[in-house]
Design a protein around this ligand. Structure first.
Ligand code: ADE
Ligand code: ZN
Length: 335
């Protein structure tokens, strides 16, 4: 097994609020006198038991981030941690609805996050972008509001638009207007589907949202025709194995379909989703998947290359990252 640090990594699917270290949530909660005891236990671990209670815990954890400085602390810590694991690129999902609920305007939310990403980049050279998400279970009006806000306040680091939240609520057709607006504005688009919904949910996201990337998408394995379509249309799956195991989508990693999907020719990437909630990190995902499915260094590098090629950043940045990926491989230990 190759040294995990020497494998250059890239991440496309991580919710920044879901990446909040429990210690940071606890200290901000104390500072603002917010009670987070329902979602953080005495050992500093998040408390949840299923997808619904996970989403609620995520809401409570998000509520302690009240200022741009709070958010810059969070993004800086996250990107530094990613870089320390060998990542050269990361996209984070940002949730303007959660920032607004905590009293922050969209602009100050994005500026705070951007400042933290820039600080991490100065020291580690990691490159970062943001994908603003609408929350599916908040309904189509709220998702359209997010799309309008993102388009009306362009920021060079906000390069994508996405749909997260409870896939069991609301049909993708309800969100097609928001996605059309986002694509027309030049944003890359992605939607969570095929996590708690079956293949039909993925098909509906492709049809109604016209996305080229799918968050999770792993339940495509249940429909041979759909797998063929993903291959033919070169749809990229943002696979989050540790999240799927923690949330009970699959019982153990060995039964996860990611390797079968890859062998069928589907483009897949590895991601941590909401790392401290699921006891994972991007580095752990690369290691556990590689150990379970016997992946070589070349297999892992191909995953990173797929992520960079599918990234929502400009071509010049992609090319620089691909050169960097290559140079790390030529000179291991110099990332
Ligand atoms: N928001 C944060 N994590 C999520 C997940 N795994 N699925 C859907 N929405 C989310
Ligand atoms: Zn997600």
């Amino acid at each position: 097994m190759s040294d995990p640090i020497t494998v250059p990594k890239a991440e496309l699917h991580c919710h920044i609020e879901g990446a909040a270290p429990p210690t940071l949530v606890k200290s901000l909660a104390e500072q603002y006198s917010i009670d987070v005891s329902s979602v953080l236990d005495g050992n500093g671990k998040y408390i949840w038991s299923d997808f619904t209670t996970f989403l609620k815990a995520y809401d409570v954890a998000s509520s302690v981030f009240k200022t741009p400085a709070d958010y810059s602390l969070l993004s800086e810590a996250y990107f530094r941690m990613l870089a320390a694991e060998g990542a050269i690129y990361g996209e984070i999902f940002i949730s303007p609805d959660h920032a607004q609920a905590a009293g922050l305007s969209y602009r100050s939310y994005v500026e705070g996050l951007a400042a933290g990403i820039e600080r991490a980049k100065t020291d580690t050279a990691i490159e970062g972008r943001m994908i603003a998400i609408g929350v599916r279970h908040f309904g189509s009006a709220s998702v359209e509001r997010v799309a309008k806000e993102v388009i009306g306040n362009p920021h060079p680091m906000v390069t994508g638009f996405g749909l997260a939240g409870d896939e069991r609520s609301g049909h993708p057709a309800n969100f097609s207007k928001a996605f059309r607006m986002a694509s027309d504005a030049g944003l890359g688009t992605t939607a969570h589907a095929g996590e708690f919904g079956g293949p039909e949910s993925i098909i509906a996201a492709l049809e109604f949202l016209r996305v080229k990337r799918i968050g999770h998408g792993v339940r495509a394995i249940e429909d041979k025709e759909l797998v063929k379509r993903l291959v033919d249309e070169q749809i990229v799956l943002e696979v989050c194995p540790g999240s799927n195991i923690s949330l009970g989508v699959y019982s153990v990693l060995r039964f996860h379909p990611l390797n079968m999907l890859r062998r069928e020719g589907v483009k897949i990437t590895l991601n941590s989703d909401d790392p401290p909630f699921f006891g994972t990190t991007l580095g752990k995902e690369y290691v556990s998947v590689s150990e379970t499915f016997g992946w070589s260094l070349e297999d892992q590098v191909e995953i990173t290359q797929t992520a960079i090629e599918a990234a929502f950043c400009d071509d010049a940045t992609k090319n620089r990252l691909l050169v960097r990926l290559d140079s790390v491989l030529q000179n291991p230990g110099t990332s």
